[in-house]
Design a protein around this ligand. Structure first.
Ligand code: OGA
Ligand code: NI
Length: 361
């Protein structure tokens, strides 16, 4: 059986990305570094996903939308916003499809090309990496398990000030992703404003207080020889204020944890999955709770998802806002800025919840 870090001549050790390795190798078994420990494997009984609320953001009754949104985000931390009235969203089916396609094309490019397309930013904020190899020279520690995915990400400020660094391949990348991220920014603000209103603060309170650093992530999970022992992404909450996820209509993979069970968040046509982020949970002192989720792989087809995150600005202090603190809900945990939070999160994942914020898993 081949492993991913062998150095024999048939193996191009330069190619670190999983999708490109799989172009060369056909693994009949999952290499051992990808085999999850028994307790993390996705073999638990699944609940049908019709228990996940669907919110119609195109409705005209704002109070009703806010109510539903709040109820959903407090119960589940995650809700699906179905786009019934595209005219109110500004996000068309065409743009959603084009965006998914351009990211599929991106991940299908040769590894070298992807690296070139990611290396224009002098600050190194554009990243292409596989699994947990966030740091290019990282050496895998004994017992560390890899995830069955490649990730591409970059900041996408609405000013488009960094657009010169964006990929110019695939064709029309800047045009399509530029439009998509502008529209998703408006949608994210709309959702944060509705949530703010529901929480009794001023509509723009959340992002005015925390600043923002919008980021686009394209996750790519190649088809896997044995999905029962692998994970695309292990369970986590997003380290964002809010996340809006676009998944392919035909491919399942996202799971939400609720009451110790995993619920399949299957794609609904024209719907985005909206996920409350852990930063919003901390900021609201637990008034809204970030959904714990994971992604699994499948053996038939690759899956690509496009994840739009509103991170707070790097220097924002991550702590409950005074509006959400009283004697009954005292502030727990240490305060740090988002930059430090994120660096720790990238290395240690959900451990940060207990270590810094006293939140029991
Ligand atoms: C993420 C994530 C899920 C998916 O990128 O944070 O949870 O379905 N992705 O790709
Ligand atoms: Ni996530």
């Amino acid at each position: 059986m081949e492993t991913l870090n062998n150095n024999n001549n048939s193996d191009n050790s330069e190619i670190k990305l999983l999708a490109n390795r799989l172009d060369i190798h056909r693994y009949s078994e999952v290499p051992k570094y990808y085999v999850q420990p028994q307790e993390s494997r996705p073999d638990k009984v699944m609940v049908k996903n019709d228990s996940i609320p669907i919110i119609n953001l195109g409705g005209h009754d704002r109070a009703h939308i806010i109510n539903q949104l709040l109820k959903a985000s407090q119960e589940y931390g995650l809700f699906q916003a179905i786009i019934l009235y595209v005219i109110n969203h500004g996000v068309s089916k065409k743009l959603m499809d084009e965006t998914l396609n351009v990211f599929k094309e991106f991940h299908a490019m040769p590894a070298e090309e992807k690296k070139i397309q990611c290396s224009k930013d002098p600050d190194g904020k554009f990243k292409i990496y596989t699994s947990t190899n966030y740091f290019p020279n990282k050496i895998r520690k004994d017992g560390e398990v890899e995830c069955w995915k490649d990730t591409f990400l970059h900041p996408c400020p609405t000013s488009a000030e960094n657009m010169n660094y964006w990929p110019d391949k695939p064709h029309k990348y800047r045009e399509i992703v530029g439009e998509y991220t502008r529209e998703l920014h408006a949608l994210a603000h709309k959702i944060l404003e509705l949530l703010g209103e529901g929480l009794g603060v001023a509509p723009k309170y959340i992002y005015n207080k925390m600043g923002e650093d919008p980021t686009i992530v394209a996750q790519h999970y190649p088809a896997c020889p044995d999905p029962s022992v692998t994970l695309g992404i292990p369970k986590h909450r997003d380290p964002s204020l809010v996340t809006i996820l676009l998944q392919e209509e035909q491919v399942q993979g996202l799971h939400l944890e609720k009451d110790g069970q995993w619920i399949a968040v299957d794609p609904i046509p024209n719907a985005f999955v909206v996920n409350i982020g852990f930063i919003l949970q901390l900021m609201t002192n637990g008034k809204v709770v970030g959904g714990i989720h994971r992604a699994v792989t499948n053996s038939k087809t690759a899956r690509t998802s496009v994840v739009y995150l509103i991170y707070p600005s790097p220097k924002a202090i991550i702590k409950p806002a005074e509006e959400f603190v009283n004697e009954k809900t005292p502030t727990l945990g240490k305060f740090m800025n988002f930059e430090d939070f994120h660096a720790y999160y990238v290395k240690n994942g959900m451990k940060i919840e207990e270590e810094y914020f006293k939140i029991k898993p």
